[in-house]
Design a protein around this ligand. Sequence first.
Ligand code: ATP
Length: 595
Amino acid sequence: MAPKILADEKKKSSSKKKNDAAKENNNKIWSEARKEIIPLSVGAIALVASSSVNQAVPRLMGVLMDPSKSSTSSASNTTCSNNTTERQFVIQILWLSLAGGTATISSFSPAAIGVILKDDVDTVANTVTNTLANLLRSSSSVIFGTYNMLCINPQLVGLSVVVAPVVGTLAFMTRKYLKKIVTKQQQAAIQSASFVEERLNHIAMVKTSNRELDEVEKYSQIQDDCVELGQKASLASGLSMGIMFGLSSTAFCGILLAGRRAVQAQKMTTGQLTSFGTYSFMLALGTAGIVKALGEYGKGMQCAARLYNLIHADAKDENQQIHSEKEEIKEDDRRPVDTDLVHKISVENVTFSYKADPSNVILKDLSFNLSRGEVVALVGANGSGKSTIASLLAGMYRPQSGEISLYPNSTADDTPQPLSYARDVNRRDQVNLVQVVPQAPALFNMTILDNIRYSRSDASEEDVITAMKSANCTFVSTLDDGLDYLVGRNGIRLSGGQRQRIGLARAFLADPVFLVLDEPTSAMDVEGETALKDTMKACRSSNRGLLVITHKAKTLEYCDRILVLHDGKLVQEGTMEDLQKDKDGEFVALMSDLE
Ligand SMILES: Nc1ncnc2c1ncn2[C@@H]1O[C@H](COP(=O)(O)OP(=O)(O)OP(=O)(O)O)[C@@H](O)[C@H]1O
């Protein structure tokens, strides 16, 4: 098949998909609106009534200003008749105002479309209430106005028909420009929401990298851009309204001028001209109202699409406890720690449960330690609490009881007091003390360079390249943009193993005293496992403590010590050789399952 035909078919199918989605959203909105069918119908009828009632006012004014119609031969009769007309006018106006007011009040109908995202819900709710009401009101203004104008002076209507397309075209062009700016503004708002969503999803990463302030600053910048666009949009909106008002007023004056000539030529009365002028003004307002209501309807559709997507998205509550434990975003005032002096991190009688399920105690009176230059493995069945330990070491949670302590080097004549990791160490030092690389590292929709730099924003490109070498990130050189390669949301444009390597490089860049790797090679190939062995060696030689959570037997061969976890308790600890000797022990049972 020719490429052009293929492209056409692709275009057709994509536009069909778009139409189907729009139809689906349309149906959803109207099915929601159907739930309010009675108040909406009453409102719609009342609106038409209110509008028709309002339409009678100019006609009555015309009658009032045009006494000749009701004049009789005698002067006294004329005065009497004039008085009667005025009285009738006042009574009729009173009735009309009362009827119009009542109809307008009853046209108010609250819609029951849930309360999820205030702005979007408001816009969608407005689509089936206010926007629809405005459309009805404006349409009836146009229909009744045109009809009455035709009754009064069809020639003058002809002139309006000539002027209307010119005004309409100019109005359409200004609205189109306005729509373009508003679309940009909406895109900026979506970008801002997606930035927040991504940061909240990876709140643990943001927190443990001590990057809250940076993120707040970035968010403020995005917000500033949104405000700037908002200002442009409101300026454009003001201009558009001004231009439309100017054009319609000019057209209105032109029609009045032509009408005046018709009065002078005795083709119509002053009263008829007054009525005609008022109707043409209403007609202009009605036309503008229709254009506006149709624009709002389109906007309502866009909001509905977002809203329905959100309603069907899965709720994410995994970070609940992190949020609730989140401290205020400010530089905390705990004294800095000389991380170079820290020699050992020690988990002491720690008991922990997640707030989401407090009855499920995950870690039970757990104690172990990790010294600098040591490579320790943590093994255990699925759900035994290994990743929870990593989260506690990263400072994401605090134990309910027990302590995580840091032991400085002791000198010959001084034994320094241990520091509480949670109470005594400030966030910046925590980043330098412990870095955790989770199974699926959090990656942001940024370049590889920025993702790696996330753990140390002031790192030079050379430092990043060194960290990448340690994490064996050779794949980066094969990418077109290299370090500038955009990884996509959650690193979607990278493979699982590549994401793990980026996470590893990020941890190395922070140059922590202790490194925790949570199943570092779960998604890596054989080359990745070799890189892990190199990492282990490097940790020993650089006097870094390494805790590796693993299910791989091969990895254990290179560890100094192995901790065996069972249901949140430490049940065995020792070298691989020692543990293998205990044939009834948990380790031997686990080994039979390990790869
Ligand atoms: N955010 C959380 N809220 C509530 N419970 C959680 C949360 N995270 C983990 N758990 C529970 O804690 C227990 C231990 O989970 P953890 O991830 O620490 O186990 P694991 O040993 O790392 O498992 P695996 O080997 O499968 O990775 C599990 O029962 C899990 O359901």
